[in-house]
Design a protein around this ligand. Structure first.
Ligand SMILES: Cc1cc2nc3c(=O)[nH]c(=O)nc-3n(C[C@H](O)[C@H](O)[C@H](O)COP(=O)(O)OP(=O)(O)OC[C@H]3O[C@@H](n4cnc5c(N)ncnc54)[C@H](O)[C@@H]3O)c2cc1C
Length: 386
């Protein structure tokens, strides 16, 4: 959908914003007293709380107050908003807001309308797991749902998506508008490569279903489209049988060439290769345990910090994971040994954990951040407050 994108946006985004106008009634900007009557405006809010929340995000760098915020109770209300705006004369922007985990105002709409996707109520039907002979297992998921909830519901069926983000309190619509990357992307592609179908509300207010074979231009524009081509209200996401456990390792290097060579080697291992690979730097500013995860015991952390001091304050870390379940529980240790046996990390600086699949996927944000519940959920998660 059209949104006020930050200065770093390519020029075409700004042009789109202008040539793709959504307008409103002559009483624009609405104030609490001048909201048009009818079904739509009941969830439009112009009060300070609503406007302030919609003019901030995780980055806390850009603040662009909208004139109003829509808290939709149905997809139809978003359609109505966009149709209404198309019938008016003064252009204004509309932006879908997932959980506002953008860092430079991408989900803001200065002077326009922000659609708070979290308000969509589906009466518990926001995530539905199905199977078909042609597609296999998949989940139909509301664009407002968080990946943490997709994980929870999938696991109730022994299933899970194949491609993730590191942090799961992001919305499906939000990450599919970007790419959605994590350590599984080398194997399955980013999250946008694992979508079978979308429901999208276009800038004209048309509600369209699209896939690679049906309205394909819209499908490929919206996936990774930075919120510029429509509002995703449903995504059909590929599911596979979920593993139950993970062998989770961190390997430390002080030689950049060895570090990158080993990463390339790991992601090219076709037979019995890893399920997840990510690399990172360890510096004074980015210590071994940080907001992303507290992996190391205090003594391991002390050893790494001594090494960091000895190596001019810069080390490299490969994080590698192999999933397993009852089918390969007897061979997994051997598989892991084979995987790392020819790698060139600093001897003795290999650290291993054996955790549940869920504990691995929910590793980010377990460091004392604000605790919140999932939208639907009985599970409690640590949530990084954005
Ligand atoms: C702590 C943290 C960890 C992160 N980890 C990862 C990671 O591991 N991998 C990764 O890829 N990214 C990661 N991100 C970035 C994240 O994917 C994006 O920043 C994105 O903003 C998702 O957040 P959100 O769901 O809150 O969406 P928002 O920030 O609210 O929106 C993001 C963009 O999507 C648009 N949008 C939102 N909902 C919809 C919708 N339904 N339809 C169409 N457009 C929509 C918005 O207008 C905006 O342009 C992380 C961000 C944070 C803050």
């Amino acid at each position: 959908m059209v949104h006020s994108f930050p200065n770093s946006s390519p020029p075409f985004v700004v042009l789109l914003m202008i040539s793709f106008p959504i307008c409103c009634s002559s009483s624009w900007p609405w104030t609490s007293g001048t909201l048009p009557s009818g079904d739509l405006p009941i969830r439009l809010r112009t009060d300070l709380d609503a406007v302030t929340a919609a003019s901030n995000d995780y980055g806390n760098l850009v603040h662009e107050p909208p004139s109003a915020v829509l808290y939709p109770s149905s997809v139809q209300e978003i359609v109505d908003l966009i149709k209404l705006s198309n019938n008016c004369s003064t252009p204004f922007t509309v932006a879908a807001r997932g959980r506002g985990h953008s860092v430079r105002g991408q989900a803001m709409a200065g002077g326009g309308v922000v659609v708070e996707m979290a308000a969509l109520s589906r009466n518990g039907g926001g995530i539905r797991v199905s199977w078909s002979p042609s597609l296999g297992y998949y989940a139909d998921v509301g664009g407002e749902e968080m990946w943490a909830d997709v994980l929870r519901v999938g696991l109730e069926h022994g299933l899970a998506p194949v491609s993730w983000t590191d942090y799961l309190y992001l919305t499906v619509g939000g990450t599919l508008s970007n790419a959605g990357i994590s350590g599984q992307s080398f194997l399955h592609g980013p999250q946008i490569s694992n979508v079978l179908e979308l429901d999208v509300i276009t800038g004209q207010g048309d509600f369209l279903t699209c896939s690679k074979d049906n309205n394909s231009e819209l499908f490929f524009a919206v996936l990774g489209g930075l919120g510029q081509f429509g509002i995703i209200t449903r995504a059909r996401i590929v599911l596979q049988k979920a593993p139950t456990r993970a062998k989770w390792m961190r390997l430390i290097y002080n030689d950049f060439t060895m570090f990158t060579r080993d990463q390339e080697h790991l992601i090219s291992t076709n037979i019995n290769g890893p399920n997840y690979v990510e690399g990172s730097l360890i510096t004074d500013q980015s210590p071994p345990n940080n907001w992303r995860s507290s992996f190391y015991s205090p003594s391991d952390q002390a050893n790494i910090l001594s090494l960091l001091l000895a190596k001019q304050g810069l080390l490299y870390s490969i994080e590698v994971v192999k999933y397993y379940d009852n089918t390969n529980i007897d061979t997994i240790d051997q598989e892991v040994e084979l995987l790392v046996k020819d790698l060139n990390f600093i001897p003795a600086f290999v650290f291993k954990k054996d955790v549940s699949f869920v504990d691995f996927l929910t590793r980010v944000g377990r460091g004392g951040e604000k605790e919140e519940e999932t939208q639907t959920g009985s599970w409690k998660w640590k949530h990084i407050h954005g």
